[in-house]
Design a protein around this ligand. Structure first.
Ligand SMILES: [Zn+2]
Length: 144
């Protein structure tokens, strides 16, 4: 089974260490995710690709109990839908990222999280579509 990313230009994924692809304003330095063509803070349109940190701190989270609006959501619906964790991870000095979480047990505000790629769905060609998520560094129980 081939693995394909859920969308192009969201994360690097050819290695074991995926990185989210953001953009950084060359004028004022603000970082955005996902990438933007113009700066949200200043008049600049000079945005450079910026690979985000692989780790950050959990800021807030909840459980997605039902399928999000589609589009943009393109995952399982109906009986196939499984609730999952969603949250915000604060990548220090960069940006706060909205993300799936790999688990809901043992989460604490401020705990260190790292990006991983997880199976999302199987497409019509039988490829495994992967998306990004964050998990507690070292697991929820051992990261105290
Ligand atoms: Zn700017």
């Amino acid at each position: 089974m081939a693995r394909v990313p859920v969308a192009e230009g969201v994360f690097t994924w050819s290695s074991d260490e995926p990185r989210l692809i953001g953009s950084r304003c060359t004028a004022c330095g603000i970082v955005t995710f996902p990438t933007q063509d113009s700066c949200p803070r200043c008049p600049s349109t000079e945005m450079a690709e910026h690979l985000l940190s692989r780790r950050g701190r959990l800021w807030a989270w909840t459980t997605q109990e039902f399928p999000p609006p589609s589009p943009p959501y393109a995952g399982p619906t109906g009986q196939a839908f499984v609730p999952y964790g969603v949250g915000y991870v604060d990548l220090a000095g960069e940006v706060r990222v909205e993300t799936r979480l790999t688990e809901m047990e043992g989460l604490r505000t401020g705990m260190e999280m790292e990006i991983v790629l997880v199976p999302f769905r199987t497409d019509d060609d039988g490829n495994q579509v992967v998306t990004f998520a964050f998990r507690p560094v070292g697991g929820a129980k051992s990261s105290a």
